[in-house]
Design a protein around this ligand. Structure first.
Ligand SMILES: [Zn+2]
Ligand SMILES: [Zn+2]
Length: 305
């Protein structure tokens, strides 16, 4: 599981940063990519990052401001030019269905794959499958804006090879059943219980990916105990009034949310165009005064979770 930042600028592009988009790379887990927000030129960024839009399974839009949305028509319609595209589900606030349908109709485009559009108007559980639970909650921005909490279910454990060898259990097709914790009879007559040969059970990973927001309780709730919290930090701490007047957070405020929520790591993004990459260290250090394990994302920054 990997996070891949494709756009990290707030509001508008700069020479150094594109607008918001972030891929959760689940190729290892389910051979698919989940995209969070889709600012202009996101498909270019995916191409450069060697992330195939064919592998997109789900797109989550936090809110309908252009810097989080205007790349969507390109991604959706380019996908239609490819052969045998898999179905795609798009989640976003009310209005996203009308946006997509209008763009597709007016531009005489069409989609060659099933697109399911799920409009969100309240906190809800969006996904609960054999691997993941995804919830959303309403943040505090100038327009309806949602944050997403992604919780991986407990991962099936691997077999403890050393213990298998020590007990003289041979290789063979029965290993698959043992891995599932089933009872297996060996050719020598022994009955063995797979769960006794499990290695360490890995707890599922948790992350919170939030849209634009001022500090709010929903952010703390979404980020409770997560491995990684992705939070905006549009302005440095000296511009708090400016940030909050526009529905945004500062470095200090993002760090305080991370601290309150018990997150293990904070990654800040959605950085105002007033700051160049040369300011990164000064910006992230403001967070680290409050929450030490903070990183600042720039375009193409990736992190394994
Ligand atoms: Zn924004
Ligand atoms: Zn916004």
């Amino acid at each position: 599981m990997k996070l891949f930042f494709l756009g990290t600028s707030a509001g508008t592009i700069t020479a150094e940063r594109n607008v918001s988009a972030l891929v959760l790379d689940l190729i290892k887990e389910r051979n698919s990519l989940w995209l969070f927000d889709c600012g202009e030129a996101t498909q270019h960024q995916m191409l450069k990052a060697k992330l195939s839009i064919a592998r997109l399974e789900k797109i989550f839009i936090t809110h309908l401001h252009g810097d989080h949305l205007f790349g969507l028509p390109g991604v959706l319609t380019t996908r239609s030019l490819m052969q045998n595209m898999s179905p795609l589900t798009l989640y976003g606030p009310k209005g996203i269905k009308q946006f997509v349908e209008t763009v597709v109709n007016i531009s005489h485009s069409w989609l060659t794959y099933p697109l399911d559009i799920v409009e969100i108007d309240q906190p809800t559980e969006l996904i609960n499958d054999e691997q993941f639970v995804v919830n959303c909650d309403a943040l505090n921005h100038r327009v309806a804006c949602f944050g997403y909490r992604i919780v991986e279910k407990e991962r099936s454990p691997k077999l403890n090879i050393e213990k298998l060898n020590a007990d003289g259990i041979p290789n063979g097709s029965h290993l698959a059943a043992l891995k599932l914790g089933q009872l297996v009879q060996l050719t020598d007559g022994r009955m063995i219980n797979g769960s006794e040969y499990w290695g360490e059970i890995k707890r599922g990973r948790k992350l919170a990916i939030l849209g634009d927001t001022m500090p709010c309780d929903a952010a703390v709730k979404l980020a409770h105990d997560v491995n990684v919290l992705v939070h905006e930090a549009t302005q440095k701490s000296d511009l708090q009034e400016k940030a909050n007047n526009r529905g945004h957070s500062t470095t200090h405020q993002a760090a305080e949310i991370a601290l309150k929520s018990g997150a293990k790591k904070l990654i800040i993004t959605h950085i105002s165009p007033r700051y160049s990459l040369a300011n990164n260290l000064a910006i992230v250090n403001e967070c680290r005064q409050i929450f030490a394990n903070t990183e600042i994302a720039s375009d193409f920054y990736q992190v394994e979770i």
